[in-house]
Design a protein around this ligand. Structure first.
Ligand code: GLY
Ligand code: MN
Ligand code: MN
Length: 443
């Protein structure tokens, strides 16, 4: 039914996004929100998160809804809440009220979306669609979502500020915590209390060498480093992504501090170099060379940093890319494969030191990326590497013994590219070793 109500402020931001989509992709588009998945009975569901492409244009985390977009005009398809659902979940705004809030031109029951399927482009993982049509839509979505508008940036900053507070709380809680789980609880408490959720499963571990460790049962011991990778997600869906690594005791040991400062040098070098036109791949290689140079200075690697990086020796200790796109998702738009991450005509390298690079594009104003170099001693990488004898001329395996207590360090910030360089959106959380120690000890 056509709507008469005046659109609210959210609607004007959404309208701009839809108008831009119409310029890039004049053909009609259908996007679905998705719906909650039941665990064991219909009313006991896994936490629901609306699809990000839907959220970008619809603005609200609606469940079991679809939008049709054409010429900047949005048609909403969703059902009004039934009296039975209202009994369990409370009253919710009507379809027409939601439609007015997001500036929909019309709103119909969910089942009516079926009439628009045949004519519309959609995403291949949402519904059947002609693959040429899907490809054109994917390219338009990437072109739009790569560069954030003011509202998106404001939302990412809100999420980032809460993540900063969560990390401060985690550092402060560490001296009295017995396990990783207690520090995680202190951190997520801040996010939950702000009415936010986590943008991804939290990593809070003394085994930082497990890159996406999702166990929290280990006891904290005085000599351990604790790696915490936790990011808040605003109710609007915009994400943040921060990692800090701190000593459980409040003081880095000398070997820990040595490696920490090498990782920090790589982090700082990338942030100093980030500006429009710079290739993200070159930032990654800068991080690799900075790490390699630092490890040579510590006597851990042997050779010239450039040559070590060409041979991928650094990747034994830094086996991932220096970061990724950030937006409505952490690893933004990776549901589209590498279309967002890799500029047209580029594809992943099969080199050990480059194949995990998630982003290979020139930086541009209002892209938001993470910068997250690290150092890890992964037994599954270093054991076979040592056994093979292949690295005997480039790795000082005996010297590595002195750094056994450094299992994993990562330092991760969220960076907005600006006309003159970049702004670190998470800069309120210190990275310098002494400042991190002070935040832990101050707790
Ligand atoms: N939090 C996941 C990542 O940093 O990539
Ligand atoms: Mn990240
Ligand atoms: Mn992270």
């Amino acid at each position: 039914m056509p709507l008469q109500t005046a659109p609210l402020p959210l609607a004007s931001v959404l309208q701009q996004r839809r108008d831009r989509l119409a310029e890039l992709h004049p053909q009609p588009v259908l996007l679905w929100s998705g719906q909650a998945v039941a665990r064991n009975f219909p009313a006991n569901v896994y936490p629901f998160r609306a699809n990000s492409h839907f959220l970008y244009f619809a603005g609200l985390p609606l469940a079991k809804a679809a939008i049709h977009l054409e010429g900047g005009r949005l048609t909403l398809f969703m059902d009004d809440t039934s009296p039975e659902a209202a009994l369990w979940h409370g009253p919710t705004p009507s379809r027409d009220a939601i439609a007015a809030e997001i500036g929909a031109a019309a709103a119909y029951p969910y089942a009516q979306v079926d009439h628009y399927r045949a004519e519309s482009a959609t995403l291949p993982f949402q519904a059947k669609s002609d693959s040429d049509r899907s490809q054109a839509l994917i390219e338009a979505l990437v072109a739009l979502r790569l560069h954030h508008d003011d509202e998106a940036l404001a939302q990412i900053k809100r999420a980032a500020a809460v993540s900063v507070a969560a990390h401060r709380a985690g550092m402060a809680a560490t001296p009295k915590a017995a396990t990783e789980a207690e520090v995680r609880a202190a951190m997520e408490q801040v996010i939950v209390a702000e009415g936010m959720t986590c943008a991804y499963n939290s990593i809070v571990t003394v085994h930082g060498e497990v890159l996406h460790n999702e166990q929290y049962h280990h006891a904290l011991a005085a000599g351990d480093l604790l790696l915490a990778d936790i990011g808040a997600e605003a109710p609007s869906g915009w994400a943040s992504d921060i990692t800090r690594t701190w000593p459980v005791s409040g003081r880095f040991t000398a070997p820990q501090r040595d490696i920490y400062d090498v990782v920090l040098a790589a982090h700082d070098a990338c942030i100093a170099a980030a500006q429009p036109g710079v290739e993200y791949r070159d930032l990654h290689l800068l991080a690799c060379r900075t790490l390699a140079a630092g490890l040579v200075d510590l006597g851990l690697l042997k050779g010239h940093p450039d040559s070590l990086v060409e041979q991928d020796v650094h990747a034994l200790f830094f086996p991932h890319g220096v970061g990724h796109l950030l937006g409505l998702d952490v690893h933004d738009m990776e549901d589209l494969g590498d279309v967002a991450g890799y500029a047209p005509g580029r594809s992943r390298s099969d080199r050990f030191g480059l194949k995990f690079l998630r982003l290979d594009r020139p930086l541009a104003v209002n892209m938001v990326v993470t910068i997250e170099p690290g150092f890890y001693q992964v037994p599954g990488i270093l054991g076979p590497a040592r056994q093979s004898g292949r690295y005997n001329n480039t790795v000082n395996w005996e010297r590595l013994q002195d750094f056994q207590q450094v299992r994993g360090i990562r330092i991760e910030d969220d960076v907005q590219i600006t006309a003159t360089g970049c702004t670190v959106l998470t800069a309120a959380l210190p990275t310098q070793a002494a400042a991190v120690e002070a935040l832990v000890s101050g707790g």
